[in-house]
Design a protein around this ligand. Structure first.
Ligand SMILES: Cc1cc2nc3c(=O)[nH]c(=O)nc-3n(C[C@H](O)[C@H](O)[C@H](O)COP(=O)(O)OP(=O)(O)OC[C@H]3O[C@@H](n4cnc5c(N)ncnc54)[C@H](O)[C@@H]3O)c2cc1C
Length: 500
């Protein structure tokens, strides 16, 4: 939206004020609401959500088979036991979140159908002015808030990322992005090509394989997967012993996190051994005569991109049964009837599904301004991937890649509540992070080190994201196991926090 469009809008009838404004009612925003009511009962707050319901990712994605790729003991909140199978469907996750909202009476704080367009900080008032559009009536609503808790996730919910390939305009079939799945899409008996081999492709393919005529996973390069049983033996044993669900949740979380820590460490220390183990699991499903080398042996070391857990190896079962196949090649162009590959082979397709990822939405596609000046987020430096130099009274929840997102949402919620209490104690109206004198010469780097983690959506948006410093406090460590101890121990009177 341009400034003139913003100016041309009719003045909202009234302005509502809250101590805290939470952006988004996905798993992070609903968690923020829970923690505020429990840790800061006197704090007034509102959650504004552009969509018509809660759930974020789990509300938006409706393609067949949609499910989590990490376990719900750790993707679930630390405060509400997960009692289902470790890998859950979107429907199960929405039910769980709905229970959190109902059991804690959070619904009265959430306003759906409110898309935030702008957020302007005023140092005179020490507050944010937020303008939102009601998606049903088009009305503008204005709010003021002392603190912005950004739970808008990391990608644009309105549309996924589809690259432009030559000849797409000539293609006679249907092109579908999983993020906007037509509910009436008829794929029965059809030849389907799924472009991509990430978690989405791995979920979608087994879900449609039986009904399709044939489904082909077309990938430029292979991805790592972890096949395994969708069950947790420890949880099952504890349930047999009639241990309380609250205890089971905590014990199983700890065990999973311990195992993940070991696995993550090993993938850095002995990547070749981990690689062999992962490929061995795939081979166990596909057999020795399958060309694992071409189709399932990635060119990068394990964990440089998310590794999707494949419950019961379902995608491999589909391949083995001949219902699905994998082609590893590059797209030359679309043709009338399908896709021409660089190798010269042509894949016939009635439907092409582009499981090609997301468009990053930096700060919720909201126009930010600080004291009248537009905020270029990329000019800021991040403090631990949650606060940003020059941006007062704001925190962004950006979870982990190698561990469940919600682990960090819970940790950051504790941090915000502690920070708000600290400001109250000091009588401060404003907090901002600033580089200390000893940080002035610190090297500034892109948001994430591509050697460490390099999914496409992040690489495409790197120039829009804040900078990371060369010291641990000035970067998102992506390390739950460090942060679970470090974040609660942050000295809020340290020189990097500037209050007024
Ligand atoms: C298909 C899929 C599967 C995934 N599986 C896992 C998994 O198994 N484990 C894992 O750890 N991670 C997973 N992820 C990553 C996942 O997105 C996060 O873990 C988590 O759901 C993010 O929650 P969130 O609440 O922070 O953001 P989101 O779920 O993205 O929700 C953000 C909400 O903010 C709203 N919003 C954004 N901008 C505005 C605005 N301007 N105004 C008002 N509202 C706004 C959006 O409408 C949305 O409802 C998955 C992602 C996808 C796409």
């Amino acid at each position: 939206m341009t400034t003139s469009e913003t100016l041309a809008r009719p003045e909202p009838a009234r302005t509502e004020h809250f101590d805290v404004l939470v952006v988004g009612a996905g798993i992070s925003g609903v968690g923020a609401a829970y923690h505020l009511t429990h840790q800061r009962p006197g704090t007034s707050f509102v959650v504004l959500e552009a969509l018509d319901s809660f759930g974020g990712t789990w509300w938006t994605h409706r393609y067949p088979g949609i499910r989590s790729d990490s376990d719900l003991y750790t993707f679930g909140y630390r405060f509400k036991p997960w009692t289902g199978t470790p890998i859950a469907t979107a429907e199960e996750i929405l039910k769980y979140m709905g229970e959190v909202i109902d059991e804690n009476d959070l619904g009265r704080h959430i306003r759906y159908g409110h898309r935030i367009d702008s957020a302007a900080w005023s140092s005179d008032d020490n507050s944010w002015t937020i303008e939102a559009t009601r998606t049903d009536t088009g009305e503008t609503r204005r709010f003021t808030a002392n603190f912005l808790w950004m739970c808008q996730g990391y990608y644009r919910h309105s549309e996924g990322y589809t690259p432009e390939w030559p000849g797409m305009d000539k293609y006679q079939g249907q092109v579908v992005h999983p993020q906007s799945w037509p509910q009436d899409l008829d794929y029965a008996g059809k030849k389907v090509v799924v472009i991509g081999s990430g978690a989405t492709a791995a979920t979608l393919i087994p879900a449609i394989a039986n009904e399709c005529g044939h489904v082909t996973m077309l990938q430029r390069s292979p991805t790592y997967f972890i096949p395994g049983r969708n069950a947790n033996d420890l949880a099952d044993t504890l349930r047999e012993l009639q241990v309380d669900e609250t205890w089971i949740h905590e014990i199983v979380r700890r065990k999973i996190l311990l195992d993940q820590a070991k696995f993550t460490r090993r993938s850095f220390e002995e990547p070749e051994a981990v690689k062999r183990e992962l490929l061995g699991m795939v081979r166990a499903y596909l057999g020795n005569d399958y060309d694992i080398e071409t189709h399932f042996t990635p060119h990068y070391r394990p964990w440089r991109q998310r590794i999707a857990f494949v419950p019961d190896g379902d995608i491999f079962q589909g391949i083995r049964a001949g219902k699905a196949s994998v082609v590893t090649d590059e797209i030359e162009s679309f043709t009338e009837c399908g896709i021409l590959l660089k190798s010269g082979e042509e894949l016939q397709a009635d439907i092409v599904i582009t499981a090609t990822g997301f468009n990053m939405n930096v700060l919720g596609d909201i126009n930010f301004a600080i004291d009248g000046k537009p905020l270029a987020f990329s000019d800021t430096v991040t403090y631990r991937g949650m606060m940003f130099t020059g941006v007062p009274n704001l925190l962004w929840v950006f979870g982990y890649f190698r561990a469940s997102w919600t682990l960090r949402a819970d940790l950051l919620a504790d941090f915000v509540c502690r920070l708000l209490a600290h400001m109250e104690k000091r009588g401060a109206k404003r907090v901002e992070v600033a580089l200390r004198p000893e940080d002035r010469d610190m090297e500034l780097l892109p948001w994430i080190d591509p050697e460490n983690f390099n999914p496409g959506y992040l690489m495409r948006a790197m120039d829009l994201l804040p900078k990371r410093g060369a010291k641990p406090e000035w970067q998102h460590s992506q390390d739950y196991w460090r942060e679970k101890d470090e974040l609660p121990a942050i000295d809020l009177d340290g020189p990097e926090f500037v209050y007024s």
